[in-house]
Design a protein. Structure first.
Length: 159
């Protein structure tokens, strides 16, 4: 596969089951938090968390251009605004656009083709947080692929 033998499309489409299955399985296998939770408990409870996230988040799919039912990967992100107080006495606040990246998944055979980067192109250059920490994200942070300004905030998943 060359770097752009896929298209990025917005919306959940028919990928709902795929997203739940891959998110739950990959997160349980790649997160210190989830590994400590019994499988049945994790799947039942985190399914509810994902349902709530999908009600408010944006989904992008990396698909085969000629057959969008073939999904190589997906991302779930949420546009947000951060409000910070600049001057409390004068009532001056700053509103900053900031996205939350809840999860990104690319099927193992299609990794290293830039798919995850393409799925997150819409948040490039702006501040963002992530709600689900994985071993891959830890490695990316340690290798400075993800800037130090990116913040892990697990509570974004529970808003």
């Amino acid at each position: 596969m060359s770097e752009r033998n896929y298209s990025i499309v917005e919306g959940l489409g028919d990928a709902r089951s795929l997203i739940f299955a891959t998110w739950l399985k990959s997160y349980q296998n790649s997160s210190l938090f989830a590994k400590g939770v019994p499988r049945e408990t994790f799947f039942a409870q985190h399914h509810k968390v994902i349902e709530r996230i999908l009600e408010r988040a944006e989904v992008r799919l990396a698909v085969l251009p000629d057959d969008p039912s073939v999904v190589f990967g997906w991302s779930v992100t949420e546009p947000c605004q951060r409000i910070s107080i600049v001057d409390r006495d004068a009532g001056i606040v700053r509103v900053t656009p900031e996205s939350v990246v809840h999860y990104v998944y690319v099927k193992p055979d299609f990794r290293r083709y830039g798919i995850a980067k393409a799925l997150l192109a819409h948040v490039a250059g702006e501040p963002w947080r992530y709600s689900h920490s994985t071993y891959i994200l830890r490695d990316l942070r340690e290798n400075k692929v993800i800037p130090d300004t990116v913040i892990y905030d697990p509570y974004e998943a529970f808003r």
